[in-house]
Structures are given as C-alpha cells and as structure tokens.
Design a protein around this ligand. Structure first.
Ligand code: B12
Ligand code: SF4
Length: 619
C-alpha cells in the first residue's frame, strides 16, 4: 500500500478533479445545512487498557481539548452553534467517583450513554472528532461507529495529527468517518462548513480527504493560519478546565510545582525550525515557525487564571524558544504582568537555542519556569547527524553547565535508544553524555517510528516495520501504548516468581546491534545508569530535594512497589536527615525484594547492594 503522504504529494497537480469529486460527495453526505456542530474528544486510552488503580493515582494524561476549543472559537465567529464533548474527561471523572474498580464494559457503557444523550439533546448537524495520537486510533474508530449506529445519516469529519499522518488508513479502517480534515484546520475547516452552507465557493476548499469508490481522494493544497490568524483565545464552552488536573496529568512536572495547583495547556508558536527524522511536526506544520502575538498569549493566560483559577501552564509548543526577541518579550511580559503563575516546557526546548541565548533561560526563570525538558535523543555524533538533530554534543555539554545556575528549574532530557543500526557502543555514548550533563532526570524511550516521518520510510526500506501499518501491536517496533516503565511493570508481574537468567545487556559486545527483545531489557539498565546511579554520590541539598520530590512521585503514584525508587528514596531521605522516612522506605525495599525474584535478580545484576542502607534503623 502506498503511504498516505506520497499520494497527497502526487495529487497536488490534480486539485480540480479532486475538488469536483469532493464537492459532489459533500453534497451527498451533507443533505441539509450545517449550523450546529458537536466536536468530540474520544477516550484517549483503549477501554480494555484502562487500569482503575492507575487512573485513581491520576497517572493518565488529562489535557483539555485545546484543538477543539480553538476550532470552536473560530466557528462561532461565523455564528455556528458549537458544543464540545470531552469523553475522555467524562470517563475519568466517572471513574474517580467510583469506589470499586470497573471493567471494560462499564467504561464503554459510560461514554456511550453520555454520547447518546448528547446526540439526542444537542441534535448536531455534523460531528467533528479529534485524534492526536496513533494510540487513539481504536477509540476514534469505536466512537465514530457508535455515532453512525445511532444516526446513520449524521456526517462525521475527523481531524488531528494522527488523522493527517495516516488519512487513508483512518478512512479505510473506519467507514463511519466521511471526511478527514488535514493539517492545521483553523481556516480550512471553517471554509468547508461555509461551503456546505453555501457561503463559500468550491475553490476555497482545502486540506480535505475522503474515499470515493474505495479510493483515497484529497484536496491537498494548504491554507495554514498565518501568525495573525493564531491570535485567538480557545473557547472551551461548558467544559470546566479547572477540573482537569484533578483527574490526571497535564505536563510532566506535577511533583515539582505546588501540590494541587490547577493546570492547563497553552500554545504560543506553531511549527519547528528543525526537521528531525523521527518527528512528524515538519510534515504537519510545514516549514518554519509562526508565533502568536505576545499580547494574545498573555491575555489567554490571564483569562485561564481569572475564569478557571489556573495557576500553572504547560506550553504545547514544539519550538518555544524560536525568535529570541519575541520569546524574551513573552517571558518578560508574563513576569511584569505579575500573573502569579508557574509554567513548564514539557514538550522540550531545543538545546542549542537555549545555549546560544542564555538570556532566555534567565527571563524564563523569572517568569515562573519550574520545569524544562530538552530534546537530546543521542550521545552519538553520527546518530545526531543522521536524525538531523538541531543540537550537537557541544551544545548538550554547555547546556548541562548552564542549567546548574537554575537549581529551581527541574531539568529533564529526552533520550532515544534503538535507532536503526544503532550499536551498543553508540547507546553507551548516550548514557555517558547524559551522566556528564547531569540534568535532574532523563526519559529513556525506545524509538517509535511514526507514520509520515523520514525514519518510518527508512525502516520500511530496511524491512524493520511494515509499510502502511500503524505498527501499534506485535513484537517489532511498536507505537507506545504504555510508557516504558509501565511495560517493565507488566514484565515484572508476569515474571515475579520465575528465576531469571538475564545478563546485563550493557556487557554485550560493543558492536552488537541490540534486537527488540534486548532493547526491552536494556531500557532498565540505561534508565538506572542515567538516573539512579549518580544519587550515591549526590550531596547537594537542592539536588537531593528534587530527587526526594521526584522519587516520592515514582514510588507512591507512578509505579507502586518499586524497590529501586524506594531504595534511592531511602538513601536521599537519610542524606537529608529524615531518618524515620528513610527507615520506612528501607523496610519497603526489603519487603518488595523478598516478594519478587524479578527484582531480586535485577538488584544483583545492577550491583545494588543494600549496604548503604545498613546504618538506617528499621522502624
Ligand atoms: C503537547 C503534546 C503532547 C502532550 C500531550 C498533549 C495532549 N493534548 O494530550 C504530552 C507532553 C503529554 C505528549 C505526550 C506524547 N506525545 Co506529544 N505532542 C504534543 C504536541 C507538541 C502538540 C499537540 C497539540 O496540542 N497541538 C496544538 C493543537 C492546537 O494542534 P492540533 O491538536 O494538531 O489541532 C489542529 C489540527 O490537528 C486540527 N484538528 C485537531 N483535531 C481536529 C478535529 C477536527 C474535527 C478537525 C476538523 C480538525 C482538527 O485542527 C487544529 C487546529 O489547527 C505534538 C506536536 C504537534 N505540533 O502536533 C506532539 C505529538 C502529538 N506527540 C507525539 C508523541 C509521539 C507523543 C508521545 C507518544 C511521546 C512518548 N513517546 O511518550 C506521548 C504520548 C502521549 C499519550 N497520549 O500517551 C507525536 C504524535 C505522533 C502520533 N501519531 O502518535 C507528536 C506529533 C510529536 C512528534 N514527535 O511527531 N505530547
Ligand atoms: S526539534 Fe523537536 S519538534 Fe523540532 S523537529 Fe526535532 S523533535 Fe520535532
């Protein structure tokens, strides 16, 4: 099967015939005018994968649907009636109110009932459905099919990053979806609705895909919003944005901001200056970066604070530090307007941008920055070149030094292992780099080949993944359905009582290209090397305080019964002089190890001795 983005490029000269065909299909699907629109955010996790205990610990992401609120604000400018239904919020809200675990069928019952009632009461003329993540594919399909079962003639349009990256797969696997709205749809979707209502000519249609006679047809020329078009504040309608952070995670620095502070996302820039081979942003947003006006962004923060009591914001930007003057002005205005908010850059800042303009870090810290991720990915120059990373090792080393000046900012780095043909020696370079940079924590991930990216095509050519497939299941390179730490926990529960013959994969021949199974094992060892090992020699009280907050979050909320995090938490507590807490954690470590062969063998392989805890008395 040809991949969707190739087809779309081929069709660029074919605009007119595609337009005519799509016009004709719009006429068939939309039989009446389209005045009221229901915009739906489906459940973000498959019904059968939701774990009641994990949900109760607020471990799932819980972002208000920013894209739908933006579309709503814009559609209302044309006097359309819009309602946003966030089924993800509704399910987790219901789940949090339950005192007993609920199963897959009950979860399905919750969202289906709410959706049925909304269809009945709101009586929309069409439904728009969003899907950002490939992992959301199944639930988008189920939600659309359910709508068509209820109302077979109700038109459905799907949009979002995943839909754009794999439009043909989406339409072929889900016949209930009539059209896909491609790329940034701020303007194009309104034009489509205006066309349906005979307020636009056909020539204005853009970024629409559909199946006609089983073949994928698209109008692929784009009308992306300009920087000025972006100056619009999302309208969440009846959604209570203040409730989201009570149900799950927004951003990744929950443990380092004031407890229970209300949080919300915000977007200031669209696009990224770079074009990393594993990332789909350049394909989606096109070349370059467009920034909203500083006033518009700060007005939105003020609105969030006054309307919903938001105290913390998470930037959705891909390239937050683009245009140093504007960025400086933005952070400076936030600081001067005294909005009393904190913020984090969970998505990652380009390391070279921060190193070349350290004044941005200064003003960031004055404007309330408490957490920053940096995209590092690899410590191998060769891999950094191959993936077109906009920063090199020299930037990363410098960054590590500069960030020592901002101890109040929790610094994190993204690392990837498992690039095509990546050797163990290159993986070790990544580990060494991370250790030298000494950021507070690193997220180590196995490479995920996303449709529409350069690396996806390379891996297809190398027969590592199947072309045209979402690669969401199976033993090969798969999309992340759970985080790596959760994957390890699953392996642990399956192997708790088995004696393990594992050897430390870091001791393999340095020229080895680890298999997928070896990478799964390597993850734990790499995670240990870059994150935990350094704690033995850490005595800086601020660093220890950061570790205390983070390790508590891992041990008590993120993954329970984790002897490694509890071991190091015990060590940190004793270094901070909190001996009773240290001994409580020590007791847990001993208990967890005695219950699990899996952990016992890993402790031995990682060479973790309980000796440093000997001085701590048992409670
Ligand atoms: C913020 C963000 C996050 C946040 C969460 C955001 C959220 N809402 O849940 C966090 C930090 C948690 C996150 C995590 C991850 N992310 Co992320 N993330 C993003 C980011 C930077 C911005 C998304 C965003 O909100 N954009 C702003 C809004 C306004 O844009 P939008 O949603 O695209 O909406 C526009 C259009 O799509 C369209 N549209 C959208 N919906 C609809 C609906 C209709 C009806 C219509 C007509 C139009 C339409 O119109 C909107 C206006 O133009 C994107 C990159 C990007 N630029 O897209 C990556 C991105 C989405 N993430 C990505 C990845 C890989 C991940 C992770 C898997 C990383 C990891 N390995 O752990 C995790 C998975 C999270 C999970 N669900 O389990 C990939 C997704 C690829 C994919 N196909 O799955 C992206 C594209 C980045 C990349 N590397 O290529 N992410
Ligand atoms: S710098 Fe980040 S957002 Fe930009 S292309 Fe690379 S991975 Fe994507």
């Amino acid at each position: 099967m040809l991949t969707a983005w190739i087809i779309m490029n081929q069709r660029t000269n074919n605009g007119n015939s595609a337009e005519l065909k799509i016009e004709e299909k719009i006429g068939r699907v939309f039989r009446t005018k389209c005045q009221s629109l229901l915009l739906i955010n489906p459940l973000q996790v498959d019904e059968d994968k939701i774990d009641y205990e994990i949900a109760k610990r607020k471990r799932y992401y819980m972002y208000p649907p920013y894209s739908l609120a933006l579309l709503s604000a814009r559609l209302q400018q044309y006097n359309y009636k819009v309602k946003i239904l966030d089924l993800n919020f509704e399910v987790f809200d219901a789940l949090h109110k339950k005192s007993e675990p609920i199963d897959e069928s009950e979860i399905a019952f919750i969202w289906k009932e709410i959706l049925s009632n909304t269809l009945l009461n709101f009586q929309p003329d069409m439904v728009g459905i969003t899907c950002t993540f490939t992992m959301g594919h199944e639930m988008m399909l189920k939600t659309s099919s359910f709508i068509k079962e209820k109302k077979s003639d109700l038109p459905i349009v799907a949009g979002g990053v995943h839909v754009t990256n794999a439009p043909e797969i989406v339409l072929k696997e889900c016949k209930s979806i009539d059209f896909v709205s491609l790329y940034e749809s701020d303007l194009s979707f309104c034009k489509m609705i205006n066309f349906i209502n005979q307020k636009n000519s056909r020539e204005k249609l853009s970024q629409i895909g559909t199946l006609i006679g089983g073949n994928y047809v698209a109008i692929d020329w784009r009308t992306p919003p300009s920087a000025t078009d972006l100056n619009i504040i999302p309208d969440y309608g009846e959604l209570d944005v203040s409730q989201y952070s009570n149900l799950g995670e927004i951003g990744t620095f929950r443990y380092w901001r004031p407890e229970d502070s209300l949080s919300s996302p915000i977007l200031s820039n669209r696009g990224c200056r770079a074009k990393c081979s594993f990332c789909s942003v350049a394909n989606f947003n096109g070349k370059g970066v467009r920034g909203r006006s500083v006033e518009s962004v700060v007005d939105e923060i003020e609105h969030l604070s006054q309307e919903y009591g938001i105290q913390h914001i998470t930037w959705l930007d891909d390239d937050l530090f683009f245009d140093p003057k504007r960025t400086y002005h933005l952070f400076d205005t936030i600081a001067k307007r005294n909005l009393g908010i904190t913020w984090d850059a969970s998505n990652g800042v380009i390391a070279s941008a921060a190193v070349v303009h350290p004044e941005l870090l200064d003003v960031a810290s004055k404007s309330g920055c408490i957490g920053m991720y940096f995209g590092i990915e690899s410590g191998s120059n060769q891999i950094l070149r191959e993936i077109h990373k906009p920063s090199g090792k020299k930037h990363f080393f410098q960054l590590g030094e500069i960030m020592e000046n901002y101890p109040q900012i929790f610094t994190r780095g993204f690392l990837i292992i498992g690039f095509p043909n990546e050797t163990l020696s290159q993986i070790k370079e990544t580990i060494d780099l991370a250790v030298t940079m000494n950021l507070d924590w690193y997220t180590v991930q196995l490479l995920t080949p996303l449709p529409s990216t350069e690396i996806y095509n390379q891996m297809v050519d190398m027969d590592l993944i199947e072309n045209g497939s979402l690669n969401t299941e199976g033993e090969g390179f798969t999309m992340f359905s759970v985080r790596e730490s959760e994957k390890q926990r699953r392996r642990e529960s399956q192997n708790k009582f088995k004696s393990s013959k594992l050897s430390n994969p870091l001791n393999l021949d340095l020229n080895t290209i680890p298999s997928k199974a070896e990478l799964d094992d390597l993850w734990l060892f790499a995670d240990y090397e870059v994150n935990y090992k350094k704690i033995f020699n850490e005595y800086n009280p601020i660093k220890l305080k950061k570790m205390q907050c983070f390790l508590k979050d891992i041990s008590d909320r993120m993954t329970l019964e984790h002897p490694i995090s509890n071991f190091f938490l015990s060590l940190v507590e004793s270094k901070l002089g909190n001996f009773s807490e240290a001994s409580k954690r020590k007791k847990l470590v001993v208990a967890y190890l005695s219950q699990s062969n899996y952990w016992d063998s890993r402790f031995k392989l990682l060479d973790i001795s309980l000796d440093p805890l000997q001085q701590i008395p048992f409670p």
